[in-house]
Structures are given as C-alpha cells and as structure tokens.
Ligand binder design. Structure first.
Ligand SMILES: [Zn+2]
Length: 507
C-alpha cells in the first residue's frame, strides 16, 4: 500500500491567508479631557470695486488684511469696476482630541473613553468604582456622578455615538469609541458633603478610582454574549467573575480624585484663610456686595522650594556665565531668545539676559536666586481673565512675560482689586514655576505683582484697590505722579507699578 505524505505548499498558503474572526473587543477604558483645535478653509471671493473703495477699505469689509486682497488689473491705481480677489479664512469646525487624564478634582467635568473593536452601535455600560479603600463610596462600590445634570451610577453610551451632531472634522477617529462626559460630583448637598468627608478622612486625601465596563445589552443587534468579547482589562482580586473587564486608567495608575480648596474673595477687601495642605488645585470665588457668588477660576497649586531674594549683577557688556551648571537643565526663553536660565547642583538658579536698567544705564543683568530651606505654595495664574460679575468685570491679561505664577493669596487679592475697579489690567506677572522672577530680584515665590500703568486717575483708583486688599508696599516710577500709598521705585518703575508686601485681611 502506497503511503501518501501531505506537505504544505508555501505558495498556496501565501495566496490564501487564514480567515480572521471579527474578534469583538473592549481594548481600553480611561478618563480624559477634551481638547479642540479650530479648522479653517480658505475661499477666494471676487469683489467688484465700487466708487470710493480702496484696497484697505475692501480688506476691512471682509475683515482680512490688505495682503489678502489681490488686484487683477495692471494699471497704476485701483479702478472702479475692477475685480479683486479676496482670500477669506472660514471656520469649518473643530478637530477634537482626547488626552488621558490621571487626576481631577471634585466637581470637574471629565470624559470617560471606552475604546472598542467591532462593537459598532452596541451599548457600553460603565461603572466608576472606588478602589483601594472607602472614600467616595465603599471599596469596590460604584460612585454616583452626574451626566447631563442627571444622577447616574450605571453610565450608558453607544459606541460611535459621540459628536454626531457637532461639526467635528475628525469624527471617524471616534467611531469605535464610547465617549461620555460626566461631572465628578453627586447632586444633593448631603451627598456632596459625604464625598468631602470621605476625602478628609482618607489618609492620602485622595480617592483612587477605576472603571468597570460591560457590553451586553439585551437588545443587542448581533445577539452576542459577553463572554465572546475580549476584554483587555484585568480581573479584580478574589473576583468570582472570569471576565477581565476592570480597567485602571493605565497600567498601575489609578484615576485620582482630590478636593479643590476654595479661597473666597469679598468685596470689602477681605479673603478667607484656607489651609492648602494636600490640595492640588485652588478655586477662586468672588463674593459681591449683593451676596452673589461668582466662580472666577481654578488654578493648579504647586509646592516649590522657597527662593531667597535674588542678587543682581548689572553690566554694560555681556556676562560670562560661570561653569558648574547642569547643562541638561538650561532653559532658553520663548519670549526672549537672549535670556537663559542655569541650574546648579546646590539648587541655585541664575538667569541672565539683556535688560536695560535706566537707573544704572546698563544693558545686561544676571540674577542669582539661591534655594531656601522652606517650601512655598504658588498657583499657575490663568492665561487671562475676563469674567462678568454683575455690572462689573474682572479682567486682566499678561504682557510678554514668563512670570505666570503667583502666591495663592496674592492672586486672590489681585482678583479682589480687579473686581473693585473693573478695568482691563495688563500684568507683568509675579514669578516663574520655580519661584524665580527675572529680571526682578524681589518677586520671588510670587510675592509681588507688576501691572502696566493706566491714566493717572484710574491708576490711583487701582492703587487704592490693591492697598485695600492688603498690598502695602507699592512702587511707582520716579517720573510718575506721586500717587498716594506708593513710594519711589526709581526709573525702573516708570513703565509699571510694583505691588508687594502683601498682608491679607482675613474674613
Ligand atoms: Zn515688581
């Protein structure tokens, strides 16, 4: 009897790939924030020139710059009836991106993202679970949060349902995702209080959260069973279930929820005294005369090594920067390429750059900031503010400065003064993220704020308002009017008011 051997023919194999099953999958689940970028399209419009029109008038009419208006005739002057081509940028929606978020504070809006495969139109059920210890709920129990102002414990969303109505240019990126926005807070005052108590009692002052994801709706179109779905999460310890559908934000990382601390600012010049220990954010609330409360902003809180008062060295010529700094930590500034920052092994920071000192007529300054032995809190100031508070407003923006951090109470008192006057103030800020404050030697740890001058009458009102909120040491330029509450700060202060020496009035 002949023996038949079966061997594989490699050519057959290559031309006929094995069938791949459509493996339904829940790949990832995590918390995120939404970021968006406006998208523009360019259109070119023909405009027929009317009598009396110039290129700049036409540019004005279409709200474009003159270079976006192109003539079509070769004559010396623009002619009546001449067609000009106007290039217009039109907004055509936004591009959306979700960035993973590992931390948030109570009351914040966050997104939950569930990334799936082959689960189009299926409903995803999500629980936010309390991990590690009892804090916002019992350990492993689901949290009640808000979705569209409704309380929810079991959160539901269809895969691919996100931004259907919206003008989002990259909708396809999310067709396999279930995306929900939730507010991390229960609805009733009693429940909110329970959350706050839970955080207060927790050793870490944090709640570690994770997600439980299920995809087995009864009306499922494909009639699948959940065990056919590949969940790429993990199984909880001592869990009877065999399904690995618990998800940490990313491997080894819980989603952390903390409490934000609130500093209240009162119209009478006082602020509330708040212990910022263990906080990650600070919220600012303005209390107006009519007892109305206005949420102004929430800022990141940083605990930094204290900086000692800087020592400056002004010269006409460029300095030679001494050796010994950590080359990897050298910073060149975005807003001023001549400026560099050097860090030394003992924690000393030196900043050097072009800086004209009108009192000494020098062009370069080097400031050495030594590290102190204490810790200081600073907050990241909002990049600008423009908030209506009744008939008045709180409004400021920055000049070209890297000093966008400030002491937490300094910001509160600055906001109080802004509310008092209602003017739009330009600020040179207070300090940088590391507590240094080049070119100033005295703004260290964000303890003073610079502002550009207004006209003399408005300026005096603003100085009074800063004084009322406890800035007791204000410097004016030697060429300026002798404003009350100020002392002479030399020519250096001819272009800005310096407000320091804060001694807040506590409620
Ligand atoms: Zn200053």
């Amino acid at each position: 009897m002949p023996i038949v051997y079966l061997t594989e023919d490699p050519s057959v194999r290559a031309s006929c790939p094995p069938l791949k099953p459509r493996q339904q999958e829940v790949s990832k689940a995590y918390f995120a924030k939404r970021e968006e970028k406006a998208q523009y399209k360019t259109i070119i419009k023909d405009h027929v020139t009317a009598k009396g029109e110039t290129l700049s008038k036409i540019a004005n009419k279409y709200k474009v710059s003159v270079k976006d208006v192109k003539r079509t005739k070769n004559t010396k002057y623009l002619q009546v009836g001449e067609t000009v081509k106007v290039t217009i940028k039109e907004k055509k929606g936004v591009e959306v991106k979700f960035v993973k978020l590992n931390k948030a504070t109570i009351g914040e809006d966050v997104y939950i993202i569930v990334e799936t495969k082959h689960l189009e139109e299926e409903t995803v059920l999500i629980n936010i679970l309390q991990g590690q210890e009892d804090v916002l709920a019992k350990k492993d129990a689901p949290l009640t949060v808000q979705q569209d102002s409704q309380e929810v414990t079991k959160i539901q969303e269809k895969v691919g349902n996100y931004c259907k109505e919206e003008e989002v240019s990259n909708k396809d990126d999310f067709k396999d995702w279930a995306i929900v926005k939730v507010k991390l807070q229960p609805k009733t005052a009693a429940d909110q209080k329970a959350w706050n108590n839970g955080l207060e009692c927790a050793g870490t002052k944090k709640a570690m959260l994770f997600l439980l994801v299920d995809v087995h709706s009864e009306n499922s179109i494909s009639n699948f069973k959940s065990e056919y779905i590949l969940y790429k999460g993990y199984k909880k310890e001592k869990d009877d279930s065999t399904i690995p559908n618990h998800f940490l934000n990313e491997e080894g990382t819980w989603f952390e929820v903390t409490n934000s601390k609130t500093i209240h600012i009162y119209h009478d010049g006082t602020i509330s005294k708040v212990d910022l220990k263990n906080a990650e954010k600070v919220s600012y609330v303005y209390n107006a005369e009519n007892d109305k409360e206005y949420n102004i902003c929430t800022c990141d809180l940083l605990e930094i090594d204290e900086r000692l008062k800087g020592v400056s060295d002004d010269k006409k010529i460029e300095h030679e920067v001494k050796v010994g700094f950590d080359k990897n930590k050298t910073v060149v500034y975005d807003h001023d390429s001549s400026r560099k920052k050097y860090t030394y092994s003992d924690g000393t920071i030196r900043t050097y750059g072009k800086f004209y000192n009108p009192d000494k007529k020098t062009n370069y300054r080097l400031v050495t900031y030594k590290k102190g032995s204490n810790k200081k809190f600073i907050v990241k100031m909002p990049s600008s503010l423009n908030k209506n508070i009744g008939d008045n407003s709180i409004s400021f923006s920055f000049t070209r400065t890297a000093r966008r951090y400030c002491g937490p109470e300094h910001l509160a008192c600055f906001i109080g003064a802004l509310a008092e006057v209602g003017y739009s103030i330009k600020s040179g800020g207070a300090c940088e993220e590391d507590g240094t404050s080049y070119p100033s030697i005295s703004h260290i740890n964000g303890q003073s704020v610079d502002t550009s001058y207004l006209d003399d009458i408005m300026e005096q009102k603003f100085i009074n308002a800063m004084h009322k909120f406890g800035f007791l040491s204000q410097l004016r330029g030697s060429g300026k009017k002798v404003f009350s509450h100020t002392s002479d700060g030399g020519k250096l202060h001819n272009n800005h008011l310096h407000s320091g020496g804060l001694s807040p009035n506590y409620k």
